[in-house]
Design a protein around this ligand. Structure first.
Ligand SMILES: Nc1ncnc2c1ncn2[C@@H]1O[C@H](COP(=O)(O)OP(=O)(O)OP(=O)(O)O)[C@@H](O)[C@H]1O
Ligand SMILES: [Mg+2]
Length: 270
């Protein structure tokens, strides 16, 4: 179980994340939602220790992750694999080598420099690519792939880290609708088939509702909603997203002027 207690990250006088507290059961698929600047990326980066908390604690299975240093910190970073909007692959290297990079924390660095990957790691990497229908691209340069394919390679790289938790920061923000579904399905597979906990920052509420079994809503650095997607009413969503609400709520919530608004019954629309 992941436990976050009063987690705060300040940049100067501004708190990007302000006293966030929640816990995440092993094996859940949690969506972190909220408008731009709400603190979603900073929260995920703190969990991976890419951003330094100013206050508060992160506990994973009883271990104080906030106190880890050196080798233990590097191990935690491998166990909490990050997936980014921009994929972060090394374009000039082939797909298989990019996935093998996920094994770096397990392999002495000289071996990776001379590209001497243990046979079992290569097999693991091919099998991870195969999970997402990408094994046939193993020898291709990463920069020759489409965005959706690159993100699937990044997810395979995360999988070979054998993480306890995957932290995905708007993994589909640069993708078209078809690739969005392919990549979200890949994350769902990581979660359901491998039982790996997934925390995923998402801008689209529709996606968050359909893929996540729990949502954490952030506004101005604070956790303002924490519950099942069904508990997130349109009214709460509007408060969370403020003026962006119509954009993230999707077409279903757009009601032409002058017509009754059944989907929004009981909601005060300004
Ligand atoms: N390195 C930094 N230095 C200073 N301020 C920062 C830094 N990183 C984030 N912030 C500020 O912290 C706040 C939260 O940023 P964050 O990137 O976590 O939001 P977000 O919810 O991920 O937004 P988006 O949906 O646009 O990605 C913002 O006001 C941002 O400007
Ligand atoms: Mg962000």
């Amino acid at each position: 179980m992941l436990v976050v207690e009063g987690l705060t990250c300040r940049f100067g006088s501004k708190a990007a994340v302000d006293g966030a507290s929640f816990s995440v059961e092993r094996g859940s698929f949690v969506g972190v939602i909220g408008r731009s600047g709400a603190g979603k990326s900073t929260l995920l980066r703190m969990l991976n220790r890419l951003a330094e908390p100013s206050e508060g604690r992160i506990l994973f299975e009883g271990v104080d992750v906030t106190a880890l240093q050196g080798r233990e910190l590097r191990q935690w970073r491998a166990r909490s694999a990050m997936i980014f909007q921009q994929f972060n692959l090394i374009g000039r290297l082939d797909v298989l080598t990019n996935v093998l990079m996920g094994r770096l924390s397990e392999v002495p660095s000289w071996r990776s420099l001379v590209q001497m990957w243990p046979e079992q790691d290569r097999a693991l990497a091919i099998s991870a690519l195969d999970q997402f229908d990408m094994a046939s691209y193993a020898a291709q340069r990463a920069d020759q792939l489409s965005g959706g394919q690159q993100q699937r390679v990044a997810i395979a790289r995360a999988l070979v880290q054998q993480p306890d938790i995957v932290l995905a920061d708007e993994p589909i923000a640069s993708l078209d609708p078809r690739n969005t579904k392919i990549v979200m399905d890949a994350l769902l597979r990581i979660n359901k088939h491998f039982g790996i906990t997934v925390l995923c920052n998402l801008h689209s509420l529709d996606l968050a509702r359909s893929y996540c079994d729990r949502l954490i809503g952030m506004a101005s650095g604070r956790v303002v909603f924490d519950g099942a997607p069904a508990m997130l009413t349109d009214q709460i969503a509007r408060e969370l997203y403020d003026l962006e609400a119509d954009e993230v709520l999707g077409a279903a919530s757009h009601v032409p002027h002058g017509l009754p608004a059944p989907a929004l019954a009981g909601v005060a629309v300004a």
